[in-house]
Design a protein around this ligand. Sequence first.
Ligand SMILES: Nc1nc2c(ncn2[C@@H]2O[C@H](COP(=O)(O)OP(=O)(O)OP(=O)(O)O)[C@@H](O)[C@H]2O)c(=O)[nH]1
Ligand SMILES: [Mg+2]
Length: 291
Amino acid sequence: MAHKAGYVNIIGHPNVGKSTLLNALLGEKLVIVNPKAQTTRHRILGILNGDDHQLILSDTPGILDPLYPLQKTMMRAVDEALNDADILLVLVELGERPENAEAVVRRAERFSGPMIVLVNKMDLGDDAMLTTALQSWQLVFPRAKVVPVSALHGFNVDALRERLLELLPEHPPYFPKDEMSDRDLRFFTSEMIREKVLAIYKQEIPYSTQVVVNSYEESPEIVKIQADVIVMRESQKGIIIGRGGGALRQLGTEARKAIEKFCGTKVFLDLKVKVDPDWRDDMAKLKQYGY
Ligand SMILES: Nc1nc2c(ncn2[C@@H]2O[C@H](COP(=O)(O)OP(=O)(O)OP(=O)(O)O)[C@@H](O)[C@H]2O)c(=O)[nH]1
Ligand SMILES: [Mg+2]
């Protein structure tokens, strides 16, 4: 039987559930998820391998009007995903209004291949709301199939995966069949630390924080990791550390447990907090940090 492979790229507004959907389709918690918007900052591939197929899913940052260079690099990641998609998944959430989705619609309209519009979080509304949503999105995307899903509760996710496998073009695999992502453990480590920053701290802290893994030493018994938590101001450094160092200890413990679960080994995690006032605004630094 011919081998099928291709890129299935997910785009949509911040917080609609793109990363949750990627994890659900993959059947693993690969990418980080949080109720705060702008959790995802990179394009991240999650690869679903089978004997005769390779479904390459792309998670992307939520589409927004960029205000500073970090957000510009985030939108560049979205546009890259539009360029190499074989299939485009446009994710919207129940209750979101098509008239506010101009930036999403404009991008999706540039894509001429198979497109599925997914109305996510269908668990949050009743049948009437869902019917209205499906009809209004169908008007905006006349040539797309519009389907309700719940990425969080797994509703319609198996059917979607089946449909994607049907739509995949014939192509040899793009990646070795034992790879699950284009990103390495260092990257996912920094993401898991950032996920805990999003969970623990409020207001502008998550948006001002960057995590850099400086060393990652693996031995059979333990992984030793040293990472910097970089913020933009001294006052933010104080908040990250917390009174008596309590907040930083909580961050370290929660991040370590998440990393241990992900790698399946014991982890020693050393976190240092640093201030870099313009890491978000300096293109050269963003590049160095992997954006
Ligand atoms: N009720 C409900 N919540 C969901 C569903 N899917 C995702 N969520 C929640 O929506 C929030 C955002 O999910 P993410 O997957 O981080 O959303 P995202 O689109 O990747 O967000 P950004 O990376 O910030 O653009 C999280 O709190 C999820 O648990 C769903 O089907 N139902
Ligand atoms: Mg995300």
